[in-house]
Design a protein around this ligand. Structure first.
Ligand SMILES: [Cu+2]
Length: 358
């Protein structure tokens, strides 16, 4: 119903404008084309000036209205630099924007057609061309240079004492793996992925490095002030790890692990004191990945080392979870699970056994 009203209003609006245009055409014939043209020219010049003033006011007003609604301060070391880079870019482009727009609209008003005034023919000036080519080129090169420098840091080698967490995107939630006490992730093979057997990541139970790896889903816990490196994977389609409060973002691509690292600056508790009790660090999917894309919302819990240790102590390794019932049955010891050749991997090479036998 409301759509038909909008269509009727649009048609009526179009008819009104059409009739006005037709009427003004008749008027101009009656009053003489030249006079009307000059009058229109004056009106347009004034409208351009009005557009400048209203437009600039609109820019200011939008900023005022949305001031408190944008994200709070960046909560990671890299995030701070990304924010400052954003502000520098906004200041530079903002100043250029105001100067060029004022000149553009003011000049069209000031130098509108006037009796006895002729346009000044000024076709070329090498010096000017050079100035407005070289200065933006240098500025942009510096901005891009800083961007690249930070990018290489974020995706580059993480500090030695970093906590490492595997992040898995799938339709439609996030899964995580911690390396356990040995600090090493066990081998895995995609054909071993079987949630019904308690092996959602395809871990190879023959690899002892897997025996203490901890699997969690939904929330990921990290330690405040300690660098954390995410090794990012996807199980089905391309997802994207979006950590907006840390100003971090990285694609999760099937078959191609990506990495990024950062140091969280504040615990979740500190952020709640600042931004209210509902605050949560969010991990979202920033890549449209299917009909459940919107629901890929997880939480990053930033806490102290003690709190993290206490939380980790409550977690069982996935090896223990997957092989728990087998403990009573000697025929189904953890090792026995690997006797099924389909999808098994060699514990040394990590290659599928089926391939090795050929
Ligand atoms: Cu997704």
């Amino acid at each position: 119903m409301s759509i038909s009203w909008i269509v009727i209003a649009l048609i009526l609006g179009f008819l009104v404008i059409f009739q006005i245009a037709k009427a003004s055409e008749y008027v101009s014939i009656l009053r003489g084309e030249e006079k009307t043209r000059k009058e229109n020219n004056r009106i347009n010049a004034f409208l351009l000036l009005a557009f400048l003033v209203v437009g600039m006011f609109g820019v200011w007003y939008c900023n005022e209205r949305l001031k408190g609604k944008i994200l709070g301060e960046a909560a990671s070391n890299h995030g701070e630099r990304i924010d400052s880079m954003l502000w520098i870019t906004l200041w530079i482009t903002g100043i250029v924007f105001v100067i060029t727009q004022v000149l553009l609209f003011w000049f069209s008003y000031k130098y509108q057609e006037k009796e006895g005034r002729k346009a000044f023919f000024y076709p070329h000036n090498n010096k000017l061309e050079l100035i407005w080519t070289v200065i933006p080129a240098i500025t942009l090169t510096i901005l891009v240079g800083f961007g690249l420098y930070y990018w290489f840091q974020i995706t580059g080698e993480a500090p030695k004492d970093s906590q490492v967490v595997e992040v898995w995107g799938k339709q439609f939630n996030w899964e995580f793996r911690y390396p356990g006490k040995d600090g090493e992730f066990g081998k895995r093979y995609y054909k071993d992925i079987d949630e019904t057997k308690g092996n959602p990541l395809g871990q190879n139970w023959n690899d002892p490095a897997n025996h203490d790896d901890v699997y969690v889903t939904g929330d990921v816990h990290v330690v405040v002030g300690k660098p954390v490196k995410f090794i990012i994977n996807a199980k089905d389609v391309i997802h994207d790890v979006g950590l907006v409060h840390f100003r971090m973002k990285m694609d999760a691509v099937p078959g191609i692990p990506t990495t990024m690292w950062f140091t969280p600056k504040y615990t979740t508790r500190q952020m709640r004191e600042k931004y209210g009790p509902d605050f949560n660090y969010e991990i979202s999917c920033d890549q449209m990945c299917g009909k459940g894309h919107f629901s890929m919302r997880g939480t990053v819990i930033v806490e102290t080392q003690e709190e993290f240790n206490a939380w980790m102590a409550t977690k069982k390794s996935q090896y223990a979870v997957a092989n728990a019932p087998a403990a009573q049955d000697p025929a189904q010891t953890p090792g026995a699970l690997q006797t099924t050749p389909a999808g098994s991997t060699d514990s040394v090479t990590g290659k599928p056994v089926a391939l090795l036998n050929k």
